[in-house]
Design a binder for this molecule. Structure first.
Ligand SMILES: Nc1ncnc2c1ncn2[C@@H]1O[C@H](COP(=O)(O)OP(=O)(O)O)[C@@H](O)[C@H]1O
Ligand SMILES: [Mg+2]
Length: 264
């Protein structure tokens, strides 16, 4: 069974890119074939894997807006076996405007990924910090959405807008089956009251959707991004790497349960 997950939250700096990178690496360690898709023009995911595309090499932009560029041609290997990347660069910032005039503007990514999806067990899409057309494309292409939520006092504020967007994507027929797969608490700091409050409130509001795994706040992630490596490569034995491995287990159990409950 194959899964396409959009990692989305319109707030920046909440751990989307870190989650795509670390969860992707952790899933690949368990033997899954994983494709990461960089859908943010800031290209932090690509840079986090040491990929800096400044030449004419195909990127996700060409897959979305280029004519006749095969999706496969944009896929790059990474230092992890079974972990591949479709990179982005700043060119992607033009895609939102170019896609507006397309007939199937919400489904450009879905159609691009359909060329390659059978080769992967998991496809993780790193969304930009907005609810614009790129994020809508991710929600149209995905079976599920995973929402990283930073444990800070304003964390819940954007949640309603995000849930409204998910509901619109469902009700307008763009993707009627889009599931909220899970909410991941990130940057948890046990010393702050705000962290505990957010954790309690989110668990109360979404009792069956919040992952049991909580990602703690640690500078290890900054060191890893400076080194252009996933935390699982930079500090493989760290608590931070271990937390994303636990999340990968939890996610796979959750996906299996959901497949079984659909089949029942
Ligand atoms: N659990 C964490 N603890 C501390 N810093 C983190 C954590 N997760 C991510 N970061 C750092 O926070 C910054 C923003 O994270 P990032 O994943 O890029 O967020 P987003 O993609 O949502 O904008 C990055 O510098 C990253 O290294
Ligand atoms: Mg990001």
């Amino acid at each position: 069974m194959q899964h396409i997950l959009a990692v989305a939250n319109q707030k920046g700096g909440v751990g989307k890119t870190t989650t795509v990178l670390s969860l992707g690496a952790a899933l690949s360690e368990t033997g899954r074939k994983v494709l990461l898709v960089d859908l943010d023009p800031q290209a932090n995911l690509s840079l986090g894997l040491g990929v800096d595309i400044s030449d004419d090499r195909p990127t996700i932009y060409h897959n979305l807006c280029g004519r006749g560029i095969a999706t496969e041609d944009a896929i790059l290997p990474t230092s992890f076996p079974r972990l591949s990347l479709i990179p982005a660069n700043i060119d992607l910032s033009a895609a939102e405007i170019q896609l507006i005039n397309e007939l199937n503007r919400e489904r450009a990514l879905k159609s691009a990924l359909s060329q390659v999806s059978s080769a992967f067990d998991y496809i993780l899409i790193d969304c930009p910090p907005s609810l614009g057309l790129l994020t809508i494309n991710a929600l149209a292409a995905a079976d599920g959405i995973l929402v990283p939520l930073q444990c800070a006092y304003w964390a819940m504020r954007g949640m309603k807008q995000l849930l409204d967007t998910i509901e619109r994507v469902r009700s307008r027929g763009v993707n009627p089956d889009l599931a909220l797969v899970g909410i991941l608490l990130t940057m948890f700091d046990s010393r702050t009251a705000a962290s505990h409050q957010v954790k309690d409130r989110v668990r109360e509001a979404f009792p069956d959707r919040v992952f049991g795994t909580v990602i703690k706040s640690t500078v290890q992630f900054n060191y890893a991004s400076v080194a252009h490596q996933p935390i699982l490569a930079h500090a493989p034995a760290s608590d931070a790497a271990h937390a994303y491995r636990t999340l990968a287990q939890e996610l796979q159990e959750r996906m299996n349960q959901e497949v079984m409950s659909h089949a029942a």
